[in-house]
Design a protein around this ligand. Sequence first.
Ligand code: 6PG
Length: 246
Amino acid sequence: MSVSVFSDLDALSHAAADFFVERAAETIAKDGRFAVALAGGNTPKKLYELLASDAYRAKVDWENVWVFWGDERWVPPSDPASNEGMARAALLSRVPIPWAQIFPMYQPGLTPEQAAERYEKKLYEVLGLKCNIDLVLVGMGDDGHTLSLFPGIPELHESRKWVVPTMSPKGVPQRISMTIPAMVHARTVLFLVAGADKADQLAKALGDDDSVRPPSGIVAKQSVWTRWFVDEAAAAQLPANLSAGG
Ligand code: 6PG
């Protein structure tokens, strides 16, 4: 696990865009495809806009990118709270990814349970029995949640299913979310965390005390290749050895 600290969200987003470009090029050269699971919330929006910008768009072979989501609020993409809607507006509508390679979680006409089962089948179909996602982008809430795995919920300890319905204590209550089993074999899980309101939970996520470790820290410990891109405000409570710099 490695932690990179950047001056602010803009610098963090540029570094994440460079990381995305580099990993996509390496993976497509080796495997012919780059499978990414997008994060929701506000933090990744700047990254998505950068990837769609003139400075970055031509650096990615979008025809060979396959897009999933790590979690979704149970609302249609037209809803301002939709993770899919945000990603389509900021990135997916502006780059040439074949529509058949974009896999939204929200499915009208299905229950969250049915959609979770169907999503898991799709992951298995496309990525195989170990769910080897090449890059999972995730954020962290100010309560330490990640994906839609919130503190204290039983789904945090799901040991078999890759996608489950969950309930959120804030915002849109009904969610569906990838689980720790889906993260374990990801080639890289990249946390994007910015803002002073995340400092307390980030310190607990990266600290040594398992008794206070939030879901983000639990997911990170279970994932083989985890990287944290954080800004100085979120890193304010990290020990010196972790907050060394980008
Ligand atoms: C969601 C996200 C969630 C997000 C955190 C941080 O659906 O809400 O997937 O896990 O990453 O809540 O959100 P911000 O980036 O808006 O702080």
